[in-house]
Design a protein around this ligand. Structure first.
Ligand code: 4NP
Length: 161
C-alpha cells in the first residue's frame, strides 16, 4: 500500500481572503490527523498579510472552522513544484495560473475546485466579495462538498496498489 504522506494541496482564489482560506480551513479539519499538507494563495497581491475577510471568518466559524491564515500571493517559482494539487476556485483564476505555467509542465496538477463536488451542482466557486451573506453560505456549501470529494480522491490514490 502506497503511503499518502506528503500529499500537498494548495487552494487558489483571487485575493486569498475569502474562498481559498475557507477551503484551507475546511480541508484542514476534514483531513485532521492525516499527513496531508494544506495551504492557500491568491493570484492577486492586494491583500497580502491580511487575515481572511471578517464576513467569511464569521460564516465559517458558525460551522466550526476558525480561519487564521494570512493572505499570500501564488509564487510560481515555488508553488508549482511544491504542491501535488493546485485547486483553483474559478475559470478566471485558473487561466491566471495556467498562464504562469507557460511550458505546461504542471498542467496536470491544476484543477477546478468544483470538479470534486459530489452533491452540489456548480461550475465554479463564485466570488462572494461584493455580495451578501447568502453568497458566503453558498461558497461554504460548495467548499464542504468539494473538500470531501477531494479528500476521497486523495485517499483512493494513496491506497491504490
Ligand atoms: P477571494 O475574494 O478571491 O475569494 O479572496 C476576493 C477578495 C478580494 C477581492 C476580490 C475577491 N478584491 O477585489 O479585493
Amino acid at each position: 500500500m502506497k503511503s499518502h504522506a506528503n500529499t500537498k494541496v494548495l487552494f487558489v482564489c483571487l485575493g486569498n481572503i475569502c474562498r481559498s482560506p475557507a477551503a484551507e480551513g475546511i480541508m484542514k479539519k476534514k483531513a485532521e490527523g492525516l499527513p496531508i499538507e494544506i495551504d492557500s494563495a491568491g493570484t492577486a497581491g492586494y491583500h497580502i498579510g491580511e487575515l481572511p475577510d471578517s464576513r467569511m471568518r464569521s460564516h465559517a466559524s458558525k460551522r466550526g472552522y476558525h480561519l487564521t491564515s494570512r493572505a499570500r500571493q501564488f509564487d510560481a517559482a515555488v508553488d508549482f513544484e511544491k504542491f501535488d494539487y493546485i485547486v483553483v476556485m474559478d475559470e478566471n483564476n485558473k487561466r491566471s495560473i495556467e498562464y504562469l505555467d507557460r511550458r505546461k509542465h504542471y498542467h496536470q496538477k491544476i484543477s477546478l475546485m468544483t470538479e470534486y463536488c459530489q452533491t452540489m451542482q456548480a461550475d465554479e466557486v463564485p466570488d462572494p466579495y461584493y455580495g451578501g451573506p447568502d453568497g458566503f453560505e453558498h461558497v461554504l456549501d460548495i467548499l464542504e462538498d468539494a473538500c470531501s470529494g477531494l479528500l476521497k480522491k486523495i485517499m483512493n490514490e494513496s491506497s491504490a496498489p
